[in-house]
Design a protein around this ligand. Structure first.
Ligand code: GTP
Ligand code: MG
Length: 308
């Protein structure tokens, strides 16, 4: 998965790069870093979704270290990439299944359409290629299409998909799947969930029940609760983190659709506000389009700096 990370990420991030990196070029073509320039830079960072807090801190840091000096576009880009990488570094934590758990249970949550099912399919491919035994559970039992979609990923990756009849109880299904996963020595069990229930308390109840019932079989499950966020929703992603953290113990994030988005800066705002691990990023719809999240590469990609 690490091979060609930068080029694939760079391609994926190109719209975000245009926004922030392109903006930088027009602000700094050799000029003095004065109040006006700093203000323009701050606006640019906010427009690029890094959020007002991050923008302010970076500006203050530039003010302290470089105020009044002549800077080139290249210098600003490099300094900015360093600042961003520092924010991203602590959250760039790969997802590594714990071999002590057989299976390591991953509950995948998020609002509808963010890419939960696709991310499960991509992860199934990645870990199958690593030689792991992977199972998937079609826990979104409300939509027949949701079950079929996961089954297609099952065929693509050769991983079993545990599904029940329409509208069956997701918690019961997860329980059965966990039992089967243990019996068959699975390494990983991914549980897909419904993105939309009629209201927040119904969703909370559903997720709580899935967890409660699984714990009757393995009190340590789920071992990972992955919140999938769609980068194209920009600042809404922040609110989704807040809401889902009230519902479940979110342990990590995956940010998808960076390829179709100019809002890659949102990952910086997320890292700064929540400090939750970002396990991977989605840069396309195909199985290989899930990439590990690497702080330096991501920061360089955002500001439009070439690979080292
Ligand atoms: N371009 C792009 N498309 C993606 C990415 N991840 C997912 N998608 C697409 O986004 C759409 C929704 O993805 P799903 O995986 O069905 O999302 P979901 O969260 O399971 O949706 P619900 O089951 O409706 O809640 C699909 O058309 C995916 O192919 C990505 O990283 N890049
Ligand atoms: Mg789905």
């Amino acid at each position: 998965m690490a091979l060609g990370f930068f080029s694939r990420l760079k391609q994926g991030l190109s719209r975000s790069t245009q926004k922030l990196g392109g903006g930088l070029t027009s602000v700094f073509t050799k000029r003095k870093l004065d109040d006006e320039a700093l203000e323009e830079l701050e606006d640019l960072l906010i427009t690029a979704d890094l959020g007002p807090n991050v923008a302010e801190r970076i500006i203050e840091s530039f003010r302290r270290s470089r105020f009044g000096t002549e800077v080139t576009d290249e210098e600003i880009r490099t300094a900015l990439a360093d600042e961003i990488a520092q924010i991203l570094e602590p959250v760039a934590v790969p997802f590594v299944p714990d071999p002590a758990h057989k299976p390591h249970v991953v509950l995948v949550v998020g609002v509808n359409g963010t890419g939960k099912t696709t991310t499960i399919g991509k992860m199934a491919r990645f870990f199958t290629d690593e030689g792991k035994k992977v199972m998937m559970v079609a826990g979104d039992t409300f939509r027949a299409a949701a079950v079929e979609q996961l089954q297609i990923w099952g065929e693509r990756t050769g991983c079993p998909v545990i599904a029940g009849p329409p509208n069956c109880d997701a918690a019961g299904l997860a329980f059965e799947a966990l039992k089967r996963g243990k019996a068959e020595g699975a390494d990983l069990l991914f549980i897909d969930t419904a993105g939309r229930l009629h209201n927040k308390s119904a969703l909370m109840e559903e997720l709580a029940k899935v967890i409660r019932v699984m714990r009757k079989f393995d009190e340590t499950a789920p071992h990972t609760v992955l919140l999938v966020l769609d980068a194209t929703t920009g600042q809404n992603a922040m609110e989704q983190v807040r809401v889902f953290r009230e519902l479940v113990n979110v342990t990590g994030l995956v940010v998808t659709k960076l390829d179709g988005s100019a809002r890659g800066g949102i990952v910086v705002a997320l890292a700064d506000s929540f400090g939750l691990p970002v396990h991977a990023v989605g840069v396309g719809e195909q199985a290989e389009d899930l990439r590990p999240f690497l702080a330096q590469d991501y920061a360089k990609g955002l500001v439009g700096l070439p690979d080292a």
